[in-house]
Ligand binder design. Structure first.
Ligand code: V47
Ligand code: SF4
Length: 376
């Protein structure tokens, strides 16, 4: 295997060779080396390196889980320029707002079905308080104690905690006690303030986002992290983002998965920007696998990329496809994602992974194996 990798990575560029050897030897690369790889590594070269790291960590295993989504509201006090989904409170009649009973009805639809996780995330509605969400968590927990509740980004949490006059530590403890198990990765966008101020000026900043995840990790909870790429940021901004996450992971070890999210340009204020090419997308995944050496998992969110590109990512470092049996999330379909009606049966998802030459493994949120399947 290693001989093959050395052959695949043959290059006359001494700097690339030196950095490539570090990665093969399992050594961490620094931010300057990361930027150099982004700028000078070809797709084939980065792919070979990322695939080496992926196979060293996970072999052919490719994880998916059975989950469903609830989006309580798309009414939002913030105005992120890339967002196609939210409606300001002043125009709330154009949006939606689910009651606790309506959300419990969604949970009950899955009674008797082998789903392991509910993913709850939405806009920041000014009237939805900490008390409202604690009550929702308690009711879901009471109805279905085995369901893992992964909910709320630091954008929603920061607003909730500030209104309730709670520190991130106090707020996280209360929600954890009410039934919250882990945090999804949203709201991170790009941490660097020179970009963040241009695309989402008014919501929680990098330090606030990281502090909420730190507070969750310190309570023993796990979480994910995302990065919105392919808009006005540079390679240096992407590396800076990944570096901040890598540092927090060194401190807490609480992150499960890194999820690069490709910017989609339909119906938002940044629609003048072209979208990234497939080559650029695969390069992003490969760089994420190479740089995020302390993140166990790299996930491709298939409803956003589409099925074929999601398959391709499995050769560029990705070892997890966000499998869902009924993904009714609107944040991507409204931004122009490939999958306008993203829903795949477990059988379809298994076939998709097998067709890419990998081994499907059903997991729960914390990557405990639920069931292993054969390779094709
Ligand atoms: O933070 C919004 C992104 C995120 C656009 O943790 C957009 O398992 C592209 O974080 N183009 C929310 N992206 C979704 C999210 C997520 C998704 C799947 C799994 C997990 C997980 C987390 O969606 C936002 C923002 O970065 N987003 N608008 C857009 N136009
Ligand atoms: Fe609100 Fe989230 Fe949309 Fe920003 S991305 S406007 S925080 S719903």
């Amino acid at each position: 295997m290693t001989t093959q990798v050395y052959e695949a990575l043959a290059t006359d560029n001494k700097t690339l060779k030196r950095i490539g050897n570090k990665v093969i030897d399992g050594l961490r690369i620094n931010p300057d080396e990361g930027i150099y790889l982004f700028e000078h590594g070809s797709l084939a070269w980065l792919g070979a390196l990322a695939n080496h790291v992926r196979e060293k960590m996970h072999g052919n295993n490719t994880y998916f889980n059975r989950n469903f989504h609830i989006e309580p509201t798309n009414v939002c006090v913030f105005s992120c320029k890339f967002c196609s989904y939210s409606r300001l409170y002043a125009h709330k009649e154009e949006g939606w707002e689910l009651s606790t009973d309506q959300m419990l009805e969604i949970v009950k639809k899955y009674d008797g079905q082998p789903v392991t996780e509910v993913h709850i995330v939405g806009g920041v509605h000014p009237k939805l308080t900490m008390a409202f969400f604690k009550d929702l968590l308690q009711k879901i927990r009471a109805h279905r104690p085995d369901l893992h509740i992964k909910a709320f980004t630091p954008v929603e949490l920061d607003y909730m905690f500030r209104k309730a006059k709670l520190t991130p530590e106090e707020g996280m403890r209360e929600l954890h006690e009410a039934g919250l198990d882990s945090l999804p990765g949203g709201g991170a966008e790009i941490f660097a303030p020179d970009i963040r101020s241009q695309i989402c000026d008014d919501k929680v900043d990098a330090e606030g986002w990281l502090q909420i995840h730190r507070a969750a990790h310190n309570l023993g909870m796990h979480s994910n992290a995302t990065m919105l790429y392919g808009h006005i940021e540079t390679y240096a901004h992407r590396i800076d983002h990944m570096e901040r996450l890598r540092q927090l992971q060194d401190e807490t070890g609480g992150f499960n998965t890194f999820i690069p999210l490709k910017f989609r340009n339909k119906d938002n204020e940044m629609n003048y920007l072209p979208e990234t090419s497939t080559v650029e997308d695969m390069k992003m995944y490969a760089m994420a696998r190479i740089y995020m050496d302390n993140f166990p998992h790299l996930k491709a969110y298939w409803p956003m990329l589409g099925r074929n590109k999601a398959q391709l990512t499995l050769s560029f470092g990705v070892n997890d496809i966000d499998g869902t049996i009924d993904d009714s999330t609107k944040i991507y379909s409204m931004a122009g994602s490939e999958e306008q009606n993203p829903s795949m049966t477990t059988e379809q998802l298994i076939t998709l992974i097998q067709q890419a030459g990998r081994k499907p493994v059903e997991r729960d949120t914390l990557y405990k194996v639920v069931k292993e399947f054969e390779m094709a």
